[in-house]
Design a protein around this ligand. Structure first.
Ligand code: COA
Length: 353
């Protein structure tokens, strides 16, 4: 095992023996994207890159970016509203709003702004930060609140606006990321019907430097000789090769553990629903489990890496276009900065798009 913290659970949700409503059903989804799309070709007018280079190394063809008047709150709220509508819920029905993001409008928390925009007056709302693993970690977290009986209905949002934090003159990183938001509505159900059939989560902070969006080392004079740190973050910094090696090693390993512990064979999976970072990573994971390409969900050609949003964005697209159907089994994995990574075995139970 890597030098990190491990947490795992398999089978029905914890507490299933004492709480009959200990399962979590995935019953609605929604997404929202900024209107502006920038193609590789367009980006090559800003930095020294090319469509051929980006496509061959990543599979990315374009990415969406928010304009100056499009805060994360707006995108995240639109995505959540669509998930509520899809589930057939009213905003007052929601007990918990979890917003997975690394690019909040407010470092004190953006989820309460989303709560207000939705009119979800009965919901407690808070942010959760785990970079590109954020949605998966938030979904599992919602599952624990539901399993304990504390929460009946939750909206889990993955939303990021990394265009704010990318150095648009750094061709090694700016070509990879895009903005977007998506959400899943989850509710308590019988343990036997749970849509969260098992999960694994890992962190390894000893490799944190591989991918950071870190506080800058700037100071502000306070009183005489006394100074304090001045708030501010440096643009995204990444060791691409190390992150690539991390992903192609750890994602298959954690998925393997998940499948073994839940007793599910790769052939039983309807879909692989992986964090959309790089097509080569998706292909490597699919090959490892002999999952045919047509059962690997991929939309990064259009949106790039939208960080916490990629997994629910992909799910929403595939539910809406009729690929993912009620009862389908999905193996999902999120991975990224932290370093953090995780996997979950999910069953979609929501209505069609
Ligand atoms: N356009 C053109 N050339 C580029 C480029 C770009 N956008 N970015 C880097 N290059 C150049 C480099 O400068 C280097 O040139 P040099 O050999 O003259 O120095 C060359 O391409 C190779 O760079 P390298 O970093 O070795 O490329 P790579 O094959 O490792 O591919 C990534 C780079 C970023 C695509 C790849 O490492 C990757 O996908 N890593 C994972 C990143 C990721 O998914 N991060 C998010 C995780 S959640």
């Amino acid at each position: 095992m890597p030098n990190g913290v491990s947490l795992s659970l398999t089978g029905p949700m914890a507490g299933a023996g004492t709480n009959p409503a200990a399962g979590m059903a995935l019953v609605g989804c929604g997404s929202a994207l900024p209107a502006v799309s920038i193609s590789n070709e367009e980006l090559s007018r800003r930095v020294d890159t090319s469509d051929a280079w980006i496509r061959s190394r990543t599979g990315i063809g374009a990415r969406r970016v928010c304009g100056p008047d499009e805060p994360l709150t707006v995108l995240a709220s639109q995505a959540a509203r669509r998930a509520l509508e899809h589930a057939g819920w009213r905003p007052e029905d929601v007990d918990l709003i979890l917003l997975a993001t690394s690019s909040p409008d407010d470092l004190f928390g953006t989820a309460p702004r989303v709560q207000a925009a939705l009119g979800a007056t009965g919901a407690v709302a808070f942010d959760l930060t785990a970079a590109c693993s954020g949605f998966l970690f938030a979904l599992v977290t919602a599952g624990q609140y539901i399993a304990s009986g504390a929460v009946r209905r939750a909206v889990v949002i993955g939303a990021d606006q990394l265009s704010r934090w990318v150095d648009w003159d750094d061709r090694r990183t700016c070509v990879l990321f895009g903005d977007g938001a998506a959400a899943v509505a989850v509710e308590a159900c019988a343990a036997a019907d749970t849509g969260l059939l098992g999960f694994r989560m890992r962190s390894d902070g000893s490799r944190n430097a591989c991918l950071t969006l870190a506080q800058t080392d700037s100071r502000a004079a306070l009183l005489g000789e006394l100074s304090t740190q001045k708030g501010g973050f440096a643009p995204i910094h990444m060791n691409g090769q190390e992150v690539y090696k991390f992903a192609v090693r750890e994602v298959p390993a954690i998925l393997q553990e998940l499948l073994e512990s839940t007793g599910v064979a790769p052939a039983q999976l309807d879909w692989l629903l992986l964090h959309q970072a790089n097509q080569r990573i998706l292909d490597a994971v699919a090959e490892r489990f002999a999952v045919p390409a047509e059962r690997v969900l991929s939309n990064l050609a259009h949106y790039g890496n939208t960080s916490a949003a990629t997994i629910p964005l992909m799910l929403d697209e595939a539910v809406r276009d009729g690929r993912v159907l009620s009862g389908h089994l999905l193996a999902s994995s999120g991975f990224g900065a932290g370093l953090s990574w995780g996997a979950a075995l999910l069953r979609w139970q929501g209505p069609p798009g």
